[in-house]
Ligand binder design. Structure first.
Ligand code: GUN
Ligand code: ZN
Length: 464
């Protein structure tokens, strides 16, 4: 494939802004007029246009004007077969699963139904600027085959796996541990590392997993140590109580996964709303990650994730952001950032000590504040680090795969323009201006701000 290049305004991250309190700009890399050079889907050069353009004479350049170009967004936790149950009314997690989710997901055993839902799923990802997602499927082989086929057609860097459940589930939707093991193995051998597909051993959650199912996960991880492990943890209080009743030899929810040797690097627990300080510490020590799913945690009434606690620098937990669509009611990670900001502000009502002075923790409170640089780091490089794919995606470093998104800070509801006029009136973009515009995109705008999404150096979505 010939070399191609994109010229425009670029922002990515070279470090974690949470490590630079008061000076977050030090973690960002801003090119007001930059050039990104791509060959075979991979970034081969990146820098200021004036510095590097002459070394690439003859390369065809696409100019993207009046946009902010960021690495593609990374969704750490989403559900393929919930595409058609977005916005289901009235229930918290456990009754919501029974009433809305299991009946819908079961339909994905039928190839045609799965193919149509999967097409909509990927179209929505691209329209949201999401280029990578760690994805739950169902426990059915056909559904998973359809997923990996479509991911391959789109050439997107995806992580997914057969999603097993054998407790607290209707018979028609239950796996057996043997079938879970056999079908997972079939999929691993066929799809893991094929094209851009990566495989995650996926026990749905502790509340839906027998010891035998978890033992099958352990066996798979021992046989294929480079696989990911993706699950849910401590999302809802009724779920947590149920897990401790089902696994009564374990002290806490994380202990269930620890017992089967699942918790380490490449392990993601979705939600983590009710994790104890001890569990956060064990996540940190193991190099495991939590997927923070603020839109879902609000929509299903699960609770307020203690982001500032998870990010305690002494025991820093790796955190990705997940839409958890359809537990979350939006596909767009921009909405997750909006909700994440609000969750942090709500947490701080306790941490500022105004209710109970003994609860005051100003350092944790500071970490709850989701600045725009923290936010966009978290859904790009930070998400990639949490998922252990930062050698592949998440920034514009040379050698990374060329997935990126071009944001139009003027698009969206009319109020976007009012916000934007506070911070910007033409003239050259600076990092400070771009940060303000990005805060406007996440708090006032929506996925209409996603103008283009590029996959492996090719335009995959253009807003109509
Ligand atoms: N826990 C187990 N399954 C699910 C699911 O589909 N969505 C959410 N939000 N939590 C879960
Ligand atoms: Zn989920």
């Amino acid at each position: 494939m010939a070399k191609t290049a994109v010229r425009g305004t670029f922002l990515d991250f070279v470090d974690d802004p949470y490590k630079h309190v008061g000076n977050e700009e030090a973690a960002a890399r801003f090119q007001a007029d930059g050039l990104l050079v791509v060959e075979d889907g991979v970034i081969v050069d990146f820098g200021a246009y004036d510095d590097i353009a002459s070394t690439h004479s003859g390369v065809e350049i696409t100019e993207i004007r009046d946009r902010i170009i960021l690495p593609g967004f990374i969704d750490g936790h989403i559900h393929l077969p919930q595409t058609r149950v977005l916005g289901a009314y009235g229930e918290q997690l456990l009754p919501w699963l029974q009433k809305w989710v299991f009946p819908e997901e079961h339909k994905y055993s039928e190839r045609e139904y799965a193919e149509e839902g999967t097409k909509h799923f990927f179209d929505n990802l691209l329209a949201s600027g999401t280029t990578t997602a760690q994805t739950f499927t169902t426990g059915n082989l056909t559904c998973n085959e359809v997923f990996f086929e479509e991911a391959s057609r789109r050439n997107m860097r995806m992580i997914a796996g057969l999603t097993g459940i054998d407790r607290h589930v209707p018979d028609y939707f239950a796996n057996t541990p043997e079938q879970f093991y056999d079908d997972s193995r079939t999929l691993i051998e066929k799809w893991h590392g094929k094209g851009r597909n990566l495989y995650a051993i996926t026990p749905r959650f502790g509340f839906g997993a027998s010891n035998e199912l978890l033992a099958a996960c352990q066996k798979l991880k021992e046989e294929f140590p480079d696989l990911w492990i993706n699950t849910h943890i401590s999302e809802n209080p009724a779920e947590v109580h149920g897990v401790l009743a089902l696994h009564d030899d374990c002290h806490d929810y994380l202990g269930v996964y620890e017992k089967f040797g699942l918790v380490g690097p490449k392990f993601t627990g979705g939600h983590g709303v009710w994790l104890s300080n001890s569990e956060f510490r064990r996540f940190s020590e193991a190099g495991a990650s939590v997927a923070f799913c603020p839109s879902s945690n609000l929509y299903l009434g699960s609770g307020l994730f203690r982001l500032g606690r998870a990010l305690d620098p002494e025991h820093r937990v790796l955190v990705s952001y997940g839409t958890d669509m359809g537990g979350g009611n939006r596909f767009s990670l921009l909405n997750s950032l909006e909700d994440g900001y609000k969750v942090g502000m709500l947490n701080n009502t306790i941490l500022d000590g105004s209710i109970l002075p003994s609860e005051q923790d100003l350092a944790e409170s500071e970490r709850n504040k989701l600045s725009p640089l923290r936010a966009f780091y978290s859904i790009t490089k930070g998400g990639a680090e949490a998922l252990y794919i930062d050698d592949l995606v998440g920034s514009f470093d040379i050698g990374k795969e060329a997935d990126f998104v071009a944001l139009d800070w003027t698009a969206g509801p009319p109020a976007t323009a009012w916000h934007q006029s506070l911070s910007y009136s033409d003239g050259p973009l600076t990092l400070e201006t771009v940060s303000d515009l990005l805060f406007g995109v996440m708090m006032v705008g929506d996925e209409r701000a996603v103008d283009q999404t590029w996959i492996a150096g090719e335009l995959a979505y253009q807003k109509a």
